[in-house]
Ligand binder design. Structure first.
Ligand code: CMP
Length: 155
């Protein structure tokens, strides 16, 4: 099963949208295997967003990421990387579909509430940056066969 990193950014925490955002992922059937509130240091923010280090908005992005607590999640599910990016929406809120997190709640590209890794490789890199292996939980979910099929249901 695929896993990915999601960050509810400082604007999401300040706007009290943490529960609302997590609900979207849970409702979809994604499984939370890691969850914590963190203050991201400047060096850590720079590592997390190193692919944007030459972009004109890099300084703003680091300042914003470190301006208040974030909520970090590791979510697991089928095609988790691409599913979650659809649920989140586009970087630019006006291009995001209604129903997506940014489409419903964000109005500015800098204050777009949520980050998620854009590839499996970056997901693993970002998970390693933000979580220790022992902070991730392995557990089975009773609903699993009703989401993915199983003995006595479709087999
Ligand atoms: P995110 O998905 O976290 O990945 C990189 C982030 O850079 C992006 O969301 C935006 O929050 C931010 N970003 C993109 N474009 C701009 C911009 N023009 N100015 C400031 N921040 C930006």
């Amino acid at each position: 099963m695929e896993r990915t990193l999601v960050l509810i950014k400082p604007d999401g925490v300040q706007r009290k949208l943490v529960g609302e955002i997590i609900k979207k992922f849970e409702n979809k059937g994604l499984k939370i295997i890691g969850l914590k509130m963190i203050n991201i240091s400047i060096p850590l923010a720079k590592k997390l967003y190193e692919m944007h280090k030459d972009k004109p908005f890099f300084r703003c992005l680091i300042k914003f990421t470190t301006a208040g607590p974030n909520v970090a999640l590791v979510l697991e599910g089928r095609e988790a990387v691409s599913m979650i990016r659809k649920i989140i929406g586009e970087t630019t809120p006006e291009e995001s579909r209604p129903g997506s997190i940014r489409g419903d709640y964000a109005i500015h590209e800098r204050f777009n509430l949520v980050h998620s890794a854009d590839s499996k490789e970056n997901a693993e890199r970002e998970i390693r940056l933000l979580f220790k292996p022992q902070e991730l939980c392995k557990y089975s979910q009773i609903l699993h066969p009703w989401l993915y099929g199983g003995k006595g249901i479709d087999r």
